[in-house]
Design a protein around this ligand. Structure first.
Ligand code: HEC
Length: 264
């Protein structure tokens, strides 16, 4: 065989090899998942238009909730084939917002998913996303504190119904239908009461600011401060009642499950 033929056979084989090369986890994720899941860290603008959680967010929550590498990968494979609200690691309010993922059975195989899971586990969440989410969590905490109508704002007296809403459908929390109905009543009562107080607080606080700028006598201002204090006391009592009622509805295991979320 002359060199020319040898070279072309070699080239043909090499090309064949490329065509047959099995796609990488990254290529598979790109072709099968990114039409819904953003592979980059979302910008604040993109954040508002998401169709599904970005890979960053999924892996952030999955690693946080499941801890072990094998469990995270298994979850990705199993969830993608059989999505199930109660098994989701994402917050329940987010799943409700996006809608449950349609099963990808038929468009991706278990073997392909294992590769995708390896790829996702190794590359997400990105450092950039972790920084972003940490900042967002801090900002929202500061915001909540700034606008808080309560007298007592400490992590160990949490807003339990909010934490529960985020874990509402989780299998691990296992809320019964009856419990959910009772909890919704408590939440509604609490929200209505607190909202009224917030609305009453706003004008009084503005008045205090105006009086201060006008150089008013502190004696004129004090009754308004007393009013603010009284309203905040009422809001705090509503909060404590909510906490008490909620704890009464839950069993010990459920309280144990949500306890780690208290210092969010
Ligand atoms: C048609 C859009 C769509 C496609 C395609 C899609 N997903 Fe999803 N996926 C979603 C939505 C929406 C959610 C959020 C709601 C949920 O968790 O079910 C989600 C959530 C997930 C979750 C989070 C599970 C959890 O615990 O909540 C994983 C893991 C996931 N997708 C993996 C994949 C993988 C891997 C692929 C590609 C093989 C893929 N998805 C393709 C829409 C999609």
């Amino acid at each position: 065989m002359n060199l020319k033929i040898k070279t072309s056979i070699f080239l043909a084989l090499a090309l064949l090899n490329i065509a047959n090369a099995t796609p990488t986890g990254k290529a598979l994720a790109n072709s099968k998942c990114v039409k819904c899941h953003l592979p980059t860290t979302p910008t604040p603008k993109e954040m508002k238009r998401l169709k599904a959680p970005p890979f960053d967010a999924i892996l952030f929550h999955a690693k946080d909730a499941l801890k072990e590498e094998s469990k995270v990968k298994k979850h990705i494979v199993e969830f993608t084939l059989n999505p199930n609200v109660s098994k989701s690691v994402c917050e329940s309010n987010k799943v409700a917002k996006f809608g449950l993922m349609p099963s990808q059975k038929g468009s991706v195989t278990k073997e392909e998913l294992e590769k995708i899971a390896d790829y996702l586990y190794a590359n997400y969440p990105t450092e950039k996303f972790v920084k972003l989410i940490t900042k967002m969590q801090t900002d929202s905490k500061i915001n909540a504190l700034k606008n808080s109508p309560f007298l007592i704002n400490i992590d160990t007296l949490p807003h339990l119904t909010k934490i529960l809403m985020r874990n509402w459908d989780k299998e691990a929390l296992n809320l019964s239908k009856e419990q959910k109905e009772k909890l919704l009543v408590v939440r509604k009562e609490t929200m209505t009461g607190v909202k009224k107080i917030k609305q009453a607080l706003k004008p009084i606080e503005s008045e205090i600011v105006d009086l201060m700028y006008d150089g008013a006598d502190l004696k004129t201002i004090q009754p308004k401060v007393d009013k603010v204090a009284k309203l905040k006391k009422q809001a705090t009592m509503i909060h404590l009642k909510c906490l008490k009622d909620t704890i009464e509805i839950l069993n010990d295991e459920q309280i144990e499950y949500i306890a780690p979320f208290w210092d969010l």
